[in-house]
Design a protein around this ligand. Structure first.
Ligand code: 5AD
Ligand code: SF4
Length: 466
């Protein structure tokens, strides 16, 4: 059973927001908030909710923490370096607080769902006013109200399976591309991953809510909808609308827009999903399908529940069914117990599949996960060498892929100015960024372009303009 935040609770938070707004309107100048979201798209999407709620409370926004009345770090726990950056940034805020003692500092997101992190914040950063976890994001108005009126530290980190909160206003980063979270949490427990511990169990939003949101975004002029979930393709498990059906429903909405989604897990990637990408004209011909390791031995230890053969079967089917498909993936190098031979299986897999681009990571132990307790005899320096070898292999493949794209045609979403005067830039359905002659009136339009050359940047010629 998915727990939804009740209408009464939502109304109570609106009242708190109104009270904070009143407090803020009594000030000479409207208060300024600086919100920084670390990590994945899901977190960036949470950041849009945070900003939506803050806007409701009368806050303006700044890209800098300097001079801000409220600084909020929406943190990521997936790898250690993201956590280190948060601690570094928090340390720097001590100075800001000294200059402006009535400012508020908050830390939220995945990192603080871990007890050892919260303890460290409590001890080492006494000037942090609010610490709150992923399951109480919707209570931000109440937390701010309490912090402002009681001047006491607010700590709210319930450990729970998680809730779904609808109706939170969003302040979206872009006017063209919108993220729609369709599910939250993860049940997979890959042995290296902290996500299931910090984001709770899988829970899917009602399909009607999602379709309504998509419809509204298209009406508002958005051209690209990105459906988000830690494991999107297990959307709707146990209900009558599964992920392919959800894609078909959004695809059926009138309007000229494109649909993307991430992240898919190979074990839940069915031929039906691939056929749906093939058949739905608005769904981008792109599949982000992390394989993590090319070695069956390591995949087992990672608890990924597929093997190399099954992964290759899937991508080969996808390539066969969807001409021009762009494939991307995530890879971890140096999982505990990985040998050089295992690592070579990963390199051979990328050579076989020829991904358009890769997100590559060196394994980072996460406290409390099974992998963190596994023996890990390979040194960090050695893993670094393997990592460099993987990047070099991918560079070769990328150069090959680049050559293959010359002469091909793409429907681009024009979204920025180009690097040279008189040029605009657009994204293909896959990962290609192409520049073409044009002007700013093209922003937000779909433009058909043939790629003519690549000098570090793809340059193309317009075939027809829409
Ligand atoms: N160490 C390194 N990379 C990780 N990822 C997840 N957990 C870890 C970890 N502990 C990577 C995976 C995942 C991506 C979002 O982050 O590749 O797909
Ligand atoms: Fe982490 Fe695995 Fe869930 Fe992805 S599928 S969030 S890697 S546990």
């Amino acid at each position: 059973m998915t727990t939804k935040v009740t209408a009464a609770e939502t109304a109570a938070q609106k009242e708190y927001a109104e009270k904070v707004r009143e407090l803020n309107s009594a000030r000479e100048l409207p208060p300024i908030a600086h919100v920084h979201s670390f990590g994945c798209q899901q977190n960036v999407s949470d950041g849009e909710k945070i900003k939506g709620m803050l806007a409701m409370m009368g806050y303006g926004f700044s890209d800098s923490a300097d001079g801000a009345d409220l600084v909020l770090f929406n943190t990521c726990a997936v790898r250690e370096n993201a956590e280190d950056r948060v601690f570094g940034n928090l340390g720097a805020l001590k100075h800001n607080k000294k200059l402006k003692p009535d400012m508020l500092i908050g830390v939220c997101g995945c990192m603080v769902q871990q007890e050892h992190i919260t303890e460290r914040i409590k001890k080492s950063f006494p000037y942090v006013d609010m610490v709150f976890g992923t399951h109480v994001l919707h209570t931000l108005p109440q937390l701010i109200y309490e912090a402002l009126t009681t001047h006491k530290r607010q700590i709210s980190i319930p450990q729970m399976d998680g809730v779904i909160a609808e109706g939170i206003p969003l302040r979206r980063e872009s006017k063209l591309k919108a993220s729609i979270p369709i599910m939250y949490g993860c049940n997979n427990f890959c042995t290296y991953c902290i996500v299931p511990y910090v984001r709770g169990r899988e829970r899917s939003r009602d399909p009607e809510e999602i379709v309504r949101e998509a419809e509204q975004l298209v009406a508002d002029g958005y051209k690209e909808l990105l459906l988000l979930g830690q494991n999107v393709n297990s959307y709707g498990r146990g209900t009558d609308v599964d992920f392919p059906e959800l894609l078909r429903r959004i695809n059926a909405l009138p309007g000229d827009f494109r649909i993307r989604f991430m992240t898919s897990h190979p074990k839940d990637c069915t031929h039906e999903l691939i056929d749906t990408i093939r058949d739905c004209e608005k769904v981008s011909r792109h599949l982000h399908l992390p394989f993590q390791s090319g070695s069956d031995r390591i995949l087992k230890r990672m608890n990924r529940r597929y093997d190399r053969e099954k992964y290759l079967e899937l991508v080969n089917y996808a390539k066969e069914q969807i001409p021009g498909l762009s494939l991307t993936s995530d890879i971890i190098v140096g999982f505990p117990g990985e040998t050089y031979e295992d690592f070579c299986d990963t390199v051979s897999l990328i050579r076989e599949v020829k991904f358009s681009s890769l997100f590559t990571f060196i394994y980072s132990p996460r406290e409390g996960t099974p992998a963190a307790a596994m023996e890990d005899p390979v040194t960090r320096a050695e893993k670094g060498k393997w990592f460099a070898e993987l990047l070099a292999a991918q560079e070769e493949i990328a150069a090959e892929n680049e050559q293959k794209l010359i002469g091909t045609s793409h429907r681009l979403l024009c979204d920025a100015k180009g690097t040279a005067d008189g040029y605009m830039s657009g994204h293909s359905e896959g990962t290609a960024v192409v520049e073409f002659p044009g002007d700013e009136s093209m922003i937000g339009k779909f433009i058909n372009v043939r790629i003519e050359e690549c000098d570090g940047i793809f340059k193309g010629k317009i075939i027809t303009e829409e």
